[in-house]
Structure formats: C-alpha cells, structure tokens
Design a protein around this ligand. Sequence first.
Ligand code: BTN
Length: 341
Amino acid sequence: MSASEPAARLLRLLRQEAVVSGERLSGALGISRAAIWKHVEQLRARGYRIEAEHARGYRLAAIPDRLLPEEIATRLTGSRFGRRIVYFEATDSTNVQAMRLAREGAAEGTLVVAERQTQGRGRLGRSWVSPGFVNLYGSWILRPTLAPADAPQLSLVAALAVARALEPLAPGAVAIKWPNDCLLAGRKVAGILTEMDAELDRVRAVVVGIGVNLNAGARAFPAELRATATSVRLTTSRKVDRVAFAAALCDALEAVYDRFLHEGFGALIAEWNRYSCLSGREVTVDCAGQHTTGLVRGVDARGRLVLVGDGGREIPIVAGDVSIVGGYARLGGERTSGGGR
Ligand code: BTN
C-alpha cells in the first residue's frame, strides 16, 4: 500500500483522531461513503480492527501484528533506511529478493521484509529457521563506497546495530560473538548474512540480511537448537512489538552505518568490544580447517578479531568460526550455530 492510496490516507486520518465520521472521511479523501466502506473492508482484511460506532463514525481499535510497511514507516526516525519497504507474507529468502532488487537498481536503505521464509539462509551454507509471523527476517540494500575487501566489516556494523536495537528489550543481557552473532543471556537470538555484488575493485551493492528471533516459542526451534538458540520472548517473558523493533533496527542500522562510513570501523570499536562476549577468553578459530588458538584482545579498526598467541604475539583473524576453549558452559550454553542449522 503506497502512502498516496486512499486506504493509506484513510488510515492516517484514523490514527489522528479517536473517531472519524464517514462524512469527514469521504470529504477528506474526495470519495463516496460507499468507497470509504470498501477501503475500511480492505484494511480489515489486512488485519486492522476498525470499529464502526453508530452515528459517530469509524474508530481504529487495533493494528495487526504484521510487519506492514505502512506501520513500520510511521515509527521510523531515520531518513533512508526502511523508507522503501518490500513486504512478503512468505518468500524463499529476503536476501535473495533484496539481491534481485539491488541488481535492478533499488536505492540504498531499501528493506525487504518477510513474515516467513521458506528457504531462509544462514552463514556457511547453513539454513535459517524462519517460522511465520513471530520473528523478523529483513534484508537491507547498501551501496557503500568501499573496497570489496572491507565489506566484511559491514557484518560487524550490523551486529552492533542489532545489539543497540535489542538493548532496551533486555538491558544488560545482549552480547555479540565475533563476527556477527547476537546473543541474549548466552544463547543465539540473531544472525546476520552479508552478501555482496561486486567487481574486483568496486562494490555495487551489499545485502545485509538479519534474522532476529523475537516472539518464537521453544517449539519453533528444532530439537537440536533448543539448548543454544533463543528468542527475546523466551528470555524476557515479554512479547515484542515486532513493528516497533523493525523500525528501531532500521534507525540503529542507519546510525551505525553512517558513522562507519564517515569515521571508519575504528569509531565503533569501543562500543563493539563492550558487547563482545569473547574479550579476554581463550578461543580457537577454525578458518577453512586451519585452527588458531589464543586469548582474545578484541576487534581492531578493520573489524578483525585480535588474538594474543604464544609469547604475546598478536594474531589478527579475518574470518572463521570461533569456539571457546573449555566448552561453552561459561557463555551459558552458547554455540556458533544457534538459530541456524
Ligand atoms: C547466521 O547463520 O547466523 C546468519 C543468519 C541470517 C538469517 C537472515 S534472516 C533474513 C535474511 N534472509 C536470509 O535468508 N538470511 C538472512
């Protein structure tokens, strides 16, 4: 529904006042009362509860628990991210759809959002469990002026944005596990899959796909993930307003991304390291079968994980799967694959 459509204008008027008469709506929109009724029915079919009060008019009683673009739009405070939203009740993968739109020339900040994914994709060829109408599956199109080799930093940028958006929902319980897993109380709550369309020396577009488990119940996760994955609702016992979260994430992503573009990743290191659950821990990194062990110092200005190895030697890690030496108990059961399989 575009902002200029009668249904969207009708909705705007209903939001502004408690009750609006049919006559006033018809005058404001320049259409007949019968046409107003038709649009009210159309909105009801989208899940809006609109009550007709005898002799008074229409009242917007409840908005649907859907990631509808017009709902997210009313809560945005940023200027670019989420200003265009492509919505699917179900799609294969929002990353696939976003990459298609990016190749067709979609603007930076465009968001593809879905209630459900049939082929949700995770990192390293894993899949991402994507049950319907409970979580957030979103992919943002970015067009950074960046060397392709620096693009992986965008995953860390996105992880910080997710942490910022989650913080008010679970204060003090949010952590990031390098490179870009987000944890709540030690279990994986969100994952990020960053994909790129690039030439050798130029990035055409980057798609940052983010899955956040918001209201999923335990049974939404397959048995093998139940001990390691979580949702905000499972952790806090409170239902999340998914629309408000989607808007908060758009705003956080825009703010963190803009700072990254202007000042570089170095400007984000301190906040990133504060969220990092690996700092000071002994870890092993598996990079394509090659294992490196060391004590984590933190991330550096290029987003690399810096380990301190034997004899104090610094080892910057560019990519890999991290596991904590001595198991996961100290992270409260966290595993690298939680939320995806
Ligand atoms: C991971 O393995 O941790 C990354 C998971 C990324 C999942 C998100 S959900 C939205 C977007 N669409 C996808 O198919 N994947 C990403």
